[in-house]
Design a protein around this ligand. Sequence first.
Ligand SMILES: C[S@@+](CC[C@H](N)C(=O)[O-])C[C@H]1O[C@@H](n2cnc3c(N)ncnc32)[C@H](O)[C@@H]1O
Length: 376
Amino acid sequence: MLPSRKRSRSYDDVDGRDDDRGASEREFGDMPFVEEAEPGAFEPPQKLVALHYNLRENQTKAARENSPIIHLKKLNNWVKSTLIRRYTSRGDAVLDLACGKGGDLLKWDKAQVSYYVGVDIAIGSLKDFQVRYNGPSDHSRHWQPTKFPAKLICADCFEVSLEEPLKDDAPFDVCSCQFALHYSFQTCERVETALRNVASMLRPGGVFIGTMTDANVIVRKLREATTTLEFHNSVYGVRFGEAWADKKFAMDEPFGIEYQFHLEDAVDCPEYLVPMQVLQWKADQYDLDLEVKENFHEYIHKHCQEPENAELMRKMGVLGNDKQGTVISEDEWDAAYLYLVFVFRKRGGRPRPQDQPRRDRGGFRIINVEDIVTLS
Ligand SMILES: C[S@@+](CC[C@H](N)C(=O)[O-])C[C@H]1O[C@@H](n2cnc3c(N)ncnc32)[C@H](O)[C@@H]1O
């Protein structure tokens, strides 16, 4: 059975401009953070993010199963699978911003997409993606080749325009950005570049789907921690700097609200709050209308009863096994509460009719390291 759902108040409720709660005590507890990012400590945040993901090694299956957040990882994968299934039609062309190591390859394959372009800032992740896409060199008996052709691009997709480099690949039916859009909220310009890339690449009627942090929940938890600027449990930690000592976040200064995020066995990076109203307002300027915004708890409770999703949840072992004592922990479930699902739709046009593959770009082809295009 699923743990109970938590309710989040809106950013308005927690915006804090009328809230004259006093400044918090300025001491941190013993957080499990890496205090100094040794290599590149004076680099801009996006370089630190790239460095962090570049240094993350591919885990073996056994190591993955032993991860302290194995059920959270499975839950995240379930959320992404159901989202992709819901918003992708057979034959769609997909642009995956911040695609990482290709953890969603199988999901796109199952959705029977016809073409895929993945962009990421971390070249190390793209090399892992390329290996995963190509499959084992001995092409062992159980390996099924990926069925769609793909292109990989190494770029900061919140900095670099994709319009010219991808003009022959566009338009895309689906743009996906999983667990990454919060990195763009460092500055207004980066958010605008991100949205311009999405809007210029999508066809009218196309969807922009994703998962990112839920600012309402983060701000509320920060305020609940009355004496510190951090909150954590056994799997995650969030720590704000002194600049936010009053825990007030004005809506007219919504960019660059930085905190350090630690997720056991996964993330150690600076991240930024994403006030949803600001994202929605900015997206509107790029003809992107918000269709769905749901905290993970709400999304999971809403969709887990649908037969196909329930079956997938069981097959993936998301909640664990009660008898073996390996159920999802309270702390993992609480970590899931930090995230939300979003769906925007590009204005104009009509949904592409289902079951009509629009183009056939020829199926699986080996990707060589030299095929990864770097844009700067
Ligand atoms: C948490 S991982 C998610 C990866 C993948 N989307 C997934 O769900 O498995 C975040 C990814 O965002 C990428 N990323 C962060 N900032 C980026 C940027 N400015 N441009 C492109 N990729 C970025 C990182 O390199 C990393 O691969």
